[in-house]
Ligand binder design. Structure first.
Ligand code: NAP
Length: 284
């Protein structure tokens, strides 16, 4: 595989990148630059720290400079919907954009988080179609996850600290119901679920000791537990699920697959997923 450091940057180099605020924690540059190097593409992926009030200027700059594609991360995913020429159906339904690509001269806003999440489940051997799934959290990532699960034909319940927010999410995507996020409320309910997904930051560094209040011992033996948090790779939730002999799916897969799908939108080439995964693991 070519060494990324040996790739020349010259007058032909194509530029893609991520806009975020903050953005210096992003693993996308190492993941995508490893992929470009592996395929011998004269492309580079950069991180741009763009405050919310400069997002329109930055996307205008992308148009003027001919950047080949962009990712959007916190806090730009919703605002970017209003700055593109067209949204894909999934971006429209989720109300958030994480990938911009060109379709001829048309700047398209897409969302690869939902499809990336689903791919990560399927790659881990979990088929949510027809299953009963509990989504914990009702923020931006929960929206993509609930959308993906409903599209796939799963029955979904949403548990959240703020119940009104869970209700809104459930109504919007046709989830079956909502539950308060506390152990007492969830204890009598958990036995009927096939899978649980954490879409809150509970367990994320530097708060590794925390986890959502889920009585895991109530889940059936065949159930699976997925955590979108990937710092650390094995969260306390996944460790405890493992101790209960439940199948676990880490958040690394969603990060990887949303990136692989974006890579394919920009380049038209199949993403070298193994190279991208190794780059992520080496940098986590
Ligand atoms: P968000 O939009 O800010 O939503 C956060 C959710 O977590 C809300 O439902 C919030 O509940 C809940 N929450 C926050 N702190 C809580 C606490 N102390 N106790 C109980 N609930 C709490 O965040 P997000 O964008 O959805 O991201 C959530 C997590 O997913 C982050 O850790 C992020 O790193 C991870 N993520 C991973 C990937 C991936 O590729 N693997 C992709 C996206 C996000 P309220 O509504 O009650 O405030």
């Amino acid at each position: 595989m070519p060494d990324p450091k040996s790739m020349p940057i010259d007058a032909h180099t194509q530029v893609v990148g991520v806009l975020g605020y903050p953005v210096r924690h992003s693993l996308s540059p190492v993941m995508h630059n490893a992929a470009f190097a592996a395929l011998g593409f004269n492309w580079v992926y950069l991180a741009f720290e763009v405050p919310p009030e400069r997002l329109a200027d930055a996307i205008g700059g992308m148009r003027a400079l001919g950047l080949r594609g962009l990712n959007l991360t916190i806090p730009h995913k919703e605002a970017a919907c209003r700055l593109v020429d067209r949204l894909t159906p999934q971006a429209e339904a989720i109300g958030a954009v994480n990938t911009l690509f060109w379709d001829g001269g048309t700047l398209v806003g897409d969302n690869t988080d939902a499809e990336g999440f689903l791919r990560s489940l399927l790659e881990a051997g979990v088929e949510p179609k027809g299953q009963r799934v509990l989504v914990v959290g009702a923020g931006g990532s929960a929206r993509a996850v609930v959308y993906a699960l409903r599209q796939r034909g799963a029955s979904v319940w949403v548990a959240n600290r703020n119940l009104a927010r869970a209700e809104l999410l459930a109504q919007r995507y046709g989830a079956e119901g909502v539950l308060p996020l506390d152990t007492a409320a969830l204890t009598p309910e958990l036995a009927r679920f096939d899978g649980v997904i954490n879409c809150t930051p509970l367990g994320m560094q530097p708060n590794e000791a925390t986890m959502p209040p889920l009585p895991l011992e109530r889940l059936p033996a065949h159930a699976w537990v997925c955590d979108l948090v990937y710092r650390p790779l094995e969260t306390r939730l996944l460790r405890e699920a493992h101790a209960h002999r439940l199948k676990t799916v880490s958040g690394l897969g969603m990060l990887l697959w949303q990136g692989a799908l974006a890579f394919e939108r920009w380049t038209g080439a199949n993403a070298p997923v193994e190279v991208m995964e190794r780059a992520l693991r080496d940098n986590l």
